[in-house]
Design a binder for this molecule. Structure first.
Ligand code: HEM
Length: 133
């Protein structure tokens, strides 16, 4: 069998946290429509419960990402540019999700959620590019 080393542990934690942050948002977005029909009062508690899992996952992403970078070196310019764009989108993803919870206007809440989730999906693509490159 192949060896499980520290790099594998780091990337596993990073990917696990990404599945929670990104996948959780997708599942929550999919549940909102049906919940609105049968149990509208359940939407806010469901979103608050997700926040308790989602934000720690976001913190794990930043920590494990920084941990992986501390051991990285000698990467190409293209790799570093990809990383910079990824980090910018991580910021947009975090700000989008935070605005979504803080704003009261329904239209602005929808826009910020879409920006947050859209940028998180782009971050996943760039993350896979980083591993490939
Ligand atoms: C919303 C936040 C984030 C998401 C969704 C995310 C997602 C991902 C994904 C899906 C991968 C590819 C895993 C694979 O293909 O096995 C990856 C790789 C990577 N991520 Fe992130 N990430 C996030 C935040 C960060 C942050 C904040 C940093 C740096 C501080 C970072 C640094 C890295 C690095 C260096 C790799 C490549 C690791 C390698 O080449 O072995 N990520 N990320």
């Amino acid at each position: 069998m192949l060896t499980i080393n520290l790099e594998v542990i780091q990337l596993t934690l990073h990917v696990l946290a990404a599945t929670i942050w990104v996948g959780g948002q997708i599942v929550l977005a999919a549940l909102v429509g049906p919940l609105r029909k049968v149990a509208p009062a359940a939407i806010a508690p469901a979103a608050r419960t997700f926040a308790w899992v989602g934000w720690p996952a976001f913190a794990v992403l930043v920590l494990t990402g920084g941990w992986m970078l501390s051991g990285a070196g000698g990467q190409s310019d293209a790799w570093q540019t990809t990383l910079m764009i990824k980090l910018l989108l991580v910021l947009v993803s975090g700000i989008g999700a935070a605005l979504h919870t803080l704003l009261k206007n329904p239209a602005l809440r929808g826009i910020s959620a879409a920006i947050g989730l859209g940028s998180a999906l782009a971050v996943v693509l760039l993350g896979v590019l980083l591993v490939e490159g």
